[in-house]
Design a binder for this molecule. Structure first.
Ligand code: ZN
Length: 460
């Protein structure tokens, strides 16, 4: 069926104007004033609303075996949560274990996503060890449409890689024009600080931060930047949380390293006092890098405003408060790391960014959609509103006022990390390739029709 959106106030990363949008065959085919409808077209009147391109979350963990358990969502619940919050495309981290090869991981993640995902998806492929088979299969997965890697400088012995493995991964990425996304923290310092804290009886979630202080993250960035500079690889630092790490990344950019930075919505709206909450409630807020001192938040907002930081992601990694977080009841190093934020990201960014005057509308669209599409080879199919783009549209009601709650969420996890937070604005309608998926915060679309998005390497 065709879709006509009347009286749209269209906002992209670069433009802001009024027009009607005609969608047919899953794409936007025409934008203009007073477009005529047709008898078989669905018509949506967008008067009083803003119309944004579908939002893109460049960093999620939907299927995730981690720290002895599995993240709580599957592609079915997570994609509904994503869409309800205005996110139409996700980049999930595909992470084969150290004794699996890249093609094993790719097949495993595909089997989890196909037929279950209601939004569109793609992956960053994690490199967790290195040998000739890995190299050969990485080439195959890149050719199959996944031209971005993920490396962990933290979690050594589990997902993390050593410097020889890092060297070869970055070298291959450079040859193939692949972006390397990286978790930057110094693994050895963390391990020693964890031992010291536990030995002195500091076992609660409030001590997680001091096992991974800002300088540990900055050192990880410095380490990656050294390799990126020597090998010429394009790198993207995931979940950057603090001033110290941003300064190191920008020093590298200044001397010519091709580096981009992602931060997370939780670093913008939560600080480390949330992880210090009593009765183990702080465990809900244990993630790596940790929530930081509030002094970092203006730095991150400024980074988004000025282009030092390109994207706001979620690192969505939900673990139940009742049954999974307590794995670390007596030892914070065993608390499964991560919080749920896939459904909340866009509304929180609009509320704390646009409504509070920290970002303008174009900066908001850029960091929540367009920049990820451009960096990872999806633009202009995704990330903008123009003829030829997929008809992924968010008709956003800036007058909406409400509060986030576990009771209303689509994610399967047993808490909401932002319970009671006020939001100023919410998607009234979300479309995916021309089909209405969400109305007034509720998933109403056909389930399981999301598509894998093959991409081409662009970082030559
Ligand atoms: Zn992650």
């Amino acid at each position: 069926m065709s879709l006509l959106i009347k009286n749209a106030e269209i906002v992209t990363a670069t433009d802001h104007y009024h027009a009607d949008i005609w969608c047919e065959g899953e794409q936007i085919t025409q934008i203009g004033k007073n477009l005529p409808g047709s008898s078989n077209a669905e018509v949506i009147d967008a008067s009083g609303k803003l119309v944004f391109p579908g939002f893109i979350d460049p960093h999620t963990h939907i299927y995730l075996p981690f720290m002895g358990t599995f993240a709580k969502d599957d592609y079915s619940s997570a994609s509904r949560a994503a869409l309800a919050g205005g996110t139409t495309t996700i980049f999930d981290m595909c992470i084969p274990s150290r004794n699996e090869n890249p093609l094993d991981g790719f097949r495993q993640w595909n089997s989890q996503a196909e037929g279950k995902a209601s939004c569109d998806w793609t992956y960053h492929l994690a490199v967790t060890h290195w040998d000739e088979t890995v190299e050969r299969e990485l080439r195959e997965v890149v050719a199959a449409g996944v031209p971005s890697f993920k490396v962990f400088l933290a979690y050594k012995g589990a997902l993390g890689i050593d410097d020889v493995e890092l060297f070869h991964t970055l070298k291959l990425a450079r040859e193939l024009g692949v972006m390397v996304t990286a978790h930057c923290e110094n693994s050895e310092i963390i391990a020693e600080l964890q031992k010291e804290l536990l030995a002195s009886g500091k076992t609660g979630p409030q001590h997680h931060h001091d096992s991974r202080p800002p300088r540990v993250e900055a050192e990880g960035v410095h380490h990656l930047m050294t390799f990126a500079e020597l090998l010429g690889t394009h790198c993207y630092i995931v979940h950057l949380s603090c001033d110290e790490a941003l300064q190191v990344a920008m020093a590298a950019r200044y001397r010519g390293v091709n580096v981009w930075v992602e931060t997370l919505i939780q670093y913008l709206v939560l600080d480390k006092t949330w992880a210090e909450r009593p009765d183990f409630e702080g465990a809900k807020y244990v993630m790596s890098p940790p929530l930081r001192d509030a002094r970092n938040q203006p730095v991150l907002w400024n980074g988004l405003r000025t282009g030092m930081i390109s994207t706001v992601a979620t690192d969505h990694a939900p673990f139940d408060f009742q049954s999974q977080k307590p794995m670390g009841k007596d030892d914070f190093t065993r608390i499964p790391n991560g919080i749920p934020s896939l459904e909340e990201r866009v509304n929180l960014l609009y509320t704390h960014g646009v409504a509070q005057g920290r970002l303008d509308l174009h900066q908001f669209v850029a960091v929540a959609s367009t920049n990820a599409a451009k960096l990872f080879g999806l633009f202009p199919r995704k990330g903008t509103i123009q003829p030829g783009s997929d008809a992924d549209l968010v008709i956003y009601d800036p007058q909406f006022r409400g509060r986030l709650s576990h009771a209303a969420q689509h994610s399967a996890v047993d808490y909401n990390a932002f319970e009671g937070f006020e939001i100023c604005g919410r998607p009234a309608v979300v479309t995916l390739r021309g089909t209405v998926m969400v109305r007034d915060g509720k998933f109403v679309g056909p389930a399981g029709g999301g598509r894998f998005l093959p991409r081409k390497a662009t970082h030559f």
